[in-house]
Ligand binder design. Structure first.
Ligand SMILES: CC(C)(COP(=O)(O)OP(=O)(O)OC[C@H]1O[C@@H](n2cnc3c(N)ncnc32)[C@H](O)[C@@H]1OP(=O)(O)O)[C@@H](O)C(=O)NCCC(=O)NCCS
Length: 406
């Protein structure tokens, strides 16, 4: 049995598992992943439960994944494909762009083995990420906190499918590849600023503003032209940016024309500047005290453990960063308190309402009368839609030098 998984070629494994068109791109490089078969078999036999606990899985989650182990040990084709997935995720991550079609799911006909294909592929990388973090001097508690996204998304899977499993591999690969860190309530991801704005700070008052890069199509209401699925009936404009040695003239975020004197304003962020992108896992309320503690911890943590990350701002984009929540939800709502920490920006990457349905209505879509209005947020969202209003992803920045009052 043990040698057969090593020796399986792609075609044989594909036939045994009933893989189809979606898995064709696993054929490429297949021989290169053979070297992971033996270590994975050993890991399954000896370390699976322990590493699942180190990743923060609850006991019943661990039980469900341990139950599937024998399927992988007894079926060489499954073990071989697990080795290939581990190879794709952790040996050649740079060749897997975000959302890569190479991260296909196994056919549902494989039952629990398919539900836990990615659970196993990620849990097998637990020793690797603990070692990476240990080299940076990061405490095991922070590593475990960072990996609990697997448990969070296993719960989501169970709520949607009625059985344990995990499929949010596109998102969670960052947690296992030293790209994202959980500090208390919030997650921080160092990244190059990827939006078409330049952010300025007033040299004496500390006031900030953002100018759009030239050539951006935006609407009269300040949203980018591609917002709301590109469907709108407003005037469109194109942003300009004129620079002289002494001044810069252009359009502020949301569209107002302006001119800044460089003797007064210093440019602090341009596309490509390192920022810390903020993510909020679904682990409970967005408690303001906990958030502040995370924001206070972040500068100290990154200076100590990622000194090469010279970040300049916190950035956040989310469905709940839509400034319309600030106008309609009570001021005491956690999301309102959170978004007030940031200076608003229109979200440039096709701001739309898709995430609202996903995150607030568990993926249900339909006319507002048909969706549950059983709490304040849902009522506000649905009432606004009934009056013709549109929700869309919003964004914001918070410059590093601005004070954080714990
Ligand atoms: C972001 C999040 C933590 C905010 O929750 P919160 O702190 O309870 O939010 P608020 O205090 O601002 O809002 C409170 C009200 O809205 C409701 N509410 C908040 N988030 C909700 C959600 N995602 N779905 C349904 N209702 C929600 C609460 O039940 C509460 O209603 P009530 O006053 O009638 O009791 C929560 O929405 C969540 O966990 N979302 C999933 C993770 C996520 O969206 N991350 C960002 C991805 S870009």
């Amino acid at each position: 049995m043990s040698s057969s998984a090593n020796q399986l070629d792609f075609e044989t494994a594909r036939c045994v598992l009933g893989l189809g068109e979606a898995h064709e791109n696993w054929r490429e490089d297949f021989p290169a992943s053979e070297r992971f078969v033996t270590p994975l078999r050993e890991w399954l036999m000896s370390d699976l439960a322990n590493d699942a606990a180190r990743a923060g899985l609850a006991p019943e989650m661990i039980d469900s994944v341990v139950q599937v182990r024998s399927r992988y040990l007894d079926e060489p084709a499954l073990l071989r494909m697990l080795a290939h997935m581990y190879y794709l995720l952790f040996a050649i991550p740079e060749r897997l762009p975000h959302g890569s079609s190479r991260l296909a799911l196994l056919p549902e006909s494989l039952g629990a083995a398919a539900d836990h294909f990615y659970t196993l592929a990620f849990l097998a990388a637990v020793p690797r990420i603990f070692a990476l973090h240990a080299k940076r001097g990061i405490s095991p508690k922070i590593t475990t906190d960072t990996l609990t996204d697997v448990a969070t998304w296993m719960l989501h899977y169970k709520q949607h499918k009625g059985r344990w499993g995990f499929d949010n591999r596109h998102w969670v690969r960052r947690n296992f590849d030293d790209k994202i860190i959980t500090l208390g309530r919030l997650q921080f991801e160092p990244a190059p600023f990827g939006w078409p704005f330049r952010i300025f700070r007033h040299r004496s008052t500390g006031q900030t503003c953002a100018l759009m890069e030239a050539g951006q199509r935006f609407r009269k209401d300040g949203q980018f032209a591609n917002a709301d699925w590109g469907r709108h009936d407003q005037m469109e404009y194109t942003s300009t940016l004129e620079e002289t040695p002494h001044s810069i003239r252009g359009h502020l975020a949301f569209g107002t024309p302006t001119e800044l004197q460089l003797s007064e304003w210093e440019q602090v962020i341009t596309p490509g500047t390192t920022i810390l992108s903020i993510h909020i896992p679904a682990t409970g309320p967005l408690d303001p005290v906990e958030c502040r503690a995370s924001f206070v911890q972040a500068p100290v943590f990154f200076a100590a453990h990622y000194p090469e990350v010279q970040w300049q701002a916190f950035i956040c984009a989310s469905w709940f960063m839509d400034p319309q929540f600030g106008e309609q939800m009570p001021a005491t709502a956690n999301i309102v308190q959170f978004q007030r920490l940031f200076h608003p920006l229109p979200y440039p990457d096709e701001a739309c309402d898709a995430q609202i349905y996903e995150r607030v209505f568990n993926g249900q879509k339909g006319p507002p009368e048909t969706l549950p209005a059983d709490n304040t947020m849902r009522q506000i969202i649905l009432n606004y839609i009934k009056t013709g209003g549109k929700w869309r992803t919003g964004a914001g920045y918070w410059l590093r030098s601005s004070s954080i009052s714990p």
